[in-house]
Design a protein around this ligand. Structure first.
Ligand SMILES: CC(C)(COP(=O)(O)OP(=O)(O)OC[C@H]1O[C@@H](n2cnc3c(N)ncnc32)[C@H](O)[C@@H]1OP(=O)(O)O)[C@@H](O)C(=O)NCCC(=O)NCCS
Length: 274
């Protein structure tokens, strides 16, 4: 497969919105697209849009993936604002998934963001996917979500050494990421009707799981396989009833359904300066 990455142009807009809708159809706990395609449209006209980092991947000349970035900020407890970047949605057409397209888009855009002089990237995303690119739990940098919470699905990457030293605070992404269910339903009318996807219930994965591990999943509101992307393996292992044997069984079941397993990452220690 010959993969190329280039800037998105207005001619790509419609196709990229379709691609985003396809990639996110049935993702997480929504049998449809949860509005990621609308977010793409909104970001392009937002003051937070970063045109240099609005990129498409073409596989043998065909549109296969897309990533875009938006300016974001960290606000310290004293009110000091630090400009950073966020990205997303990152989308790869189902037919091209797990062939390196998403990875190529992340690596290329991260290099480009660093070249452009940005400080850091903070995202909410799959805690099993982004650590391979150097992302670490944002909590390690003293960052929280606006409500003060710090889940492993919030991750940060410094674009130069020490970029986030002393920059603790709350992370605010661009308001362009907000879309109400009504706005999404209205936007959906612009697209060809599509059958809702069937979500894989968690019961399909728990048949061979020890009882306490199944109970732990229930207790944490894991109703579908797609709910698992909210939690890191590390967080799941801290749940009462979940242990390595339970996680291993869950991973066997995920792999049997051709779904990515939960991964335990070890993050090399950071040395904070100054
Ligand atoms: C997530 C996504 C962007 C990854 O892109 P991709 O091109 O399929 O992934 P790559 O080929 O670069 O990487 C493949 C690896 O990532 C893993 N992976 C893929 N999707 C994953 C996911 N959702 N969660 C965890 N790991 C995932 C695969 O298991 C594979 O691991 P391996 O290399 O150890 O075998 C793509 O699958 C996608 O568009 N998914 C639907 C939308 C989505 O989830 N977007 C991201 C929201 S944060």
């Amino acid at each position: 497969m010959n993969l190329t990455i280039r800037r998105e142009t207005p001619k790509d807009y419609r196709a990229v919105e379709e691609l985003t809708r396809e990639a996110f159809w049935g993702w997480g706990e929504n049998p449809r697209c949860d509005g990621e395609h609308l977010i793409v449209r909104r970001l392009r006209t937002s003051p937070d849009f970063v045109p240099e980092l609005d990129l498409v991947a073409e596989a043998d000349g065909k549109l296969a993936g897309h990533i875009l970035y938006a300016k974001a900020k960290i606000v310290s407890p004293g009110g000091k604002e630090t400009a950073i970047l966020g990205f997303g949605p990152l989308s790869v057409l189902p037919a091209y998934q797990r062939q390196g397209v998403g990875g190529a888009l992340v690596r290329h855009s991260v290099r480009e963001a660093a070249r452009l002089g940005y400080r850091a990237i903070v995202i909410f995303g799959h805690p099993d996917y982004y650590p391979r690119f150097g992302f670490r739990p944002a909590s390690e940098f003293g960052l929280t979500a606006p409500d003060g919470s710090s889940r492993d699905a919030m991750m940060a990457l410094e674009l130069y050494e020490g970029a986030l030293d002393g920059v603790g605070g709350k992370f605010y992404e661009s308001p362009a990421y907000e879309a109400t269910p009504e706005e999404v339903a209205e936007f959906e009318k612009e697209f060809e009707p599509k059958e809702p996807a069937s979500l894989l219930p968690i019961e399909a994965l728990t048949e061979r799981l020890p009882g306490p591990a199944t109970a732990a999943l229930q207790q944490h509101g894991v109703r579908y396989a797609g709910t698992l992307c909210r939690f890191s393996a590390r967080e799941m292992l801290s749940w009462e009833g979940m242990d390595e044997a339970g996680l291993a069984r869950l991973n066997e079941a995920l792999l049997a359904h051709n779904l990515p397993p939960k991964r335990l990452f070890s993050f090399p220690a950071r040395e904070e300066k100054g």
